[in-house]
Design a protein around this ligand. Structure first.
Ligand code: ADP
Length: 521
């Protein structure tokens, strides 16, 4: 069977060998196992259902929310001689009827449909009357409400599958799934965890940077100037920010487009087309610009604001370099953006439980900005892939050649202060106590009497907050998941306090050292 698969790869697609993961996934589907494939964007997921579709009797149904991509996919398949079509809301009634009758006549091997389609009884009846060999659920994270793009209509898939007398093989595919989303997909589609394949989340051609403390507009202007021949996307958090930033760039002479859900449909389509066809160099957009943007030569993605979580970040950043060429992803970090994201979480109608979950994911995104680890390694570990054997060597942390220094004493000062404040306060107040500030809240709580009061007085409050952020990112401290998070010690801090483990940081910290750890605890 696999030999045949390789032959199809060659005959239809012109490729000589499978990419990482493809072979195992195709083999699993051909054996009749329901399978989950988690592969990065551009990793080659489509072939994982297209080749089995060719090798099995009957038709393969691909459920995809990316209506704008269906036509391209079908055109590409048709051009290599694979009979395929799509049914979605873009068709007129007569086109729809014609396609349905061709599908019934068995003209096609692959049929793309939007998830909403299976919510209609007549369409489900049609599917059940056909010889369906495979159901491919593309963008499968949309089935999970823990995912960042939950689509209620995906929930109908399970029932639809169970209605088949002869059950088709199911293959679910996604580029972004955390552990809990993976568990959800497996549960909701009855896929065994032993048939889950996670392949290479790392995007070797991408370089990740986090820039702090720069004027964002100056940075972007310089960046665009230095990359004037290249296409890039700048993501901003709100429509207003998109309007303002694109206006500003236009005035500076940049060929810039804008895209957000507040624009008329026609305008959005025009802007998107101009960007796809290289008439615009830069697209400033909210996250509405995304799923389905199939532009391969995007050389950079800049996040003007902090994204809401790592899944959303990686999917947006991952739109750079889909052609495999070197590309750069930059986050412009500013503390206020955390407040903005919290505000956006509070504005939602999510349950309290879900809000806590969103806060937790936001904190992991913030941690990514403060870690000194390889950013690519940090991301693949977040997605549950085992730690790669080597770091990327390109991201700003890998390029940071400063030597690491021992900051164990400074860390102990912070831990001690957190503990003495009963793990009931946020990082600003902890930093103020360590700084020895004289504000009202400190006297109100009597923190001026703590032995840790003023222990870091030679530092600025901002330096102390930055150091606390570092300790959070490295897992020594944790913030509770709420709108007003409180600092608590983690087990890793206890290894420093009790087992005398050392803490290292790439920075010259000039705080008067204190003699023994025992003085603090
Ligand atoms: P994804 O859906 O995972 O984002 P695609 O299925 O669109 O990715 O594949 C990305 C690109 O990689 C496509 O141009 C595809 O033809 C190409 N590709 C897929 N498999 C292989 C392979 N085995 N060898 C070479 N190119 C491949």
């Amino acid at each position: 069977m696999l030999q045949q698969a390789e032959k199809q790869l060659n005959d239809y697609f012109g490729y000589s060998s499978f990419r990482k993961g493809q072979e195992e996934i195709i083999e699993s589907v051909l054996k009749g196992n329901d399978t989950l494939a988690i592969m990065p964007t551009g990793g080659g997921k489509s072939i994982c259902y297209q080749i089995p579709a060719l090798l099995m009797d009957g038709i393969t149904i691909v459920i995809s929310p990316l209506i704008s991509l269906m036509k391209d996919q079908v055109d590409a398949l048709t051009s290599v001689g694979i009979p395929s079509t799509y049914i979605n809301s873009s068709l007129s009634v007569s086109e729809l009827n014609e396609r349905i009758s061709e599908v019934k006549d068995g003209v096609y091997k692959i049929l793309y449909i939007a998830p909403e389609r299976i919510e209609t009884q007549s369409f489900r009846t049609l599917l059940l009357s056909m010889n369906v060999s495979i159901i491919a659920v593309d963008e499968a994270h949309c089935i999970s409400q823990w995912g960042h793009d939950f689509r209620p209509s995906y929930r109908s898939i399970k029932k639809m599958i169970s209605d088949f007398v002869e059950k088709p093989v199911v293959i679910a595919l996604t580029a972004t799934a955390t552990k809990e989303v993976t568990t959800d997909i497996c549960q909701l589609l009855n896929i065994s965890s032993s048939n889950t394949y996670v392949t290479g989340f790392a995007r070797d051609n991408l370089t990740f940077n986090v820039i702090k403390g720069e004027n964002k507009r100056d940075y972007i202007t310089k960046y665009i100037k230095a990359n004037r021949d290249h296409a890039g996307i700048i993501y901003a958090a709100t429509r207003k920010e998109v309007d303002d930033l694109s206006q500003f760039l236009k005035k500076s002479g940049v060929k810039v487009g804008k895209y957000h859900a507040g624009l008329a449909e026609q305008e959005r389509a025009d802007q998107q087309d101009q960007f796809l066809f290289d008439q615009l160099n830069v697209m400033v957009a909210t996250n509405a610009f995304g799923m389905g943007i199939n532009k391969s030569n995007v050389r950079y993605v800049i996040h003007h604001n902090l994204p809401k979580n790592i899944e959303a970040y990686y999917q947006e950043a991952g739109r750079a370099g889909r052609d495999g060429e070197k590309s750069e992803c930059t986050i412009l970090f500013a503390g206020q953006d955390i407040q903005l994201q919290k505000f956006l979480i509070e504005q939602t109608t999510l349950s309290d439980e879900k809000k806590v979950h969103e806060y937790q994911k936001l904190q992991q995104m913030v941690d990514l900005c403060h870690t000194e680890k390889c950013i690519q390694t940090y991301i693949v570990e977040y997605f549950g892939e085992s730690t790669p054997s080597s770091d990327c060597g390109k991201c700003m942390n890998c390029r940071d050649t400063r030597s690491k220094i021992d900051v164990t004493n400074e860390a102990l000062m912070v831990f001690s202060c957190v503990k003495r404040m009963d793990e009931r306060f946020g990082k600003t107040l902890v930093a103020q106590v360590l700084k020895g500030s004289k504000n009202k809240r400190i006297s109100q709580f009597g923190f001026g009497k703590l032995s840790t009061y003023g222990l870091m007085k030679s530092k600025t409050e901002k330096q102390i907050v930055d150091f606390i952020d570092f300790l959070i990112a490295e897992g020594y401290l944790a913030l509770t998941n709420s709108q007003f998070p409180v600092l608590v010690l983690s087990n890793k801090a206890r290894t420093v306090i009790v087992e005398k483990q050392q803490v290292f940081k790439k920075e010259q910290v000039t705080i008067e050292s204190i003699e023994a750890n025992d003085e603090l605890f």
